[in-house]
Design a protein around this ligand. Structure first.
Ligand code: CA
Length: 93
């Protein structure tokens, strides 16, 4: 998601940003199309349905490195993204 070709915790931050604030994501990562790269479950949409599979990829990729958030932190980040996305969908933010 951060466009460097390496799956790491930086991708989690970029993934959450893309879900919650796409315009800011596009400003920070102009070379990456979040709507394509973020559609990890390949259902044709980049949305909250991609969170679960993305978090599994991050966990699998970073299980042996210290740069990936611990599971509790990752769970918190995913939940924060889901709440932010739900709020945006309802027009609360
Ligand atoms: Ca998807």
């Amino acid at each position: 998601m951060d466009g460097n070709g390496v799956l790491s915790s930086a991708d989690t931050t970029a993934f959450i940003l893309a879900l919650t604030n796409l315009s800011q994501y596009e400003t920070l990562y102009p070379a990456v199309d979040a709507l394509v790269v973020g559609d990890v479950n390949q259902d044709g949409a980049f949305d909250s349905g991609d969170i679960h599979l993305f978090s599994q990829w991050i966990s699998a990729a970073g299980a042996s490195t210290s740069t990936v958030p611990e599971p509790g932190c990752l769970t918190f980040l995913v939940m924060a993204a889901m709440f932010a996305l739900a709020a945006r969908t309802r027009g609360l933010s």
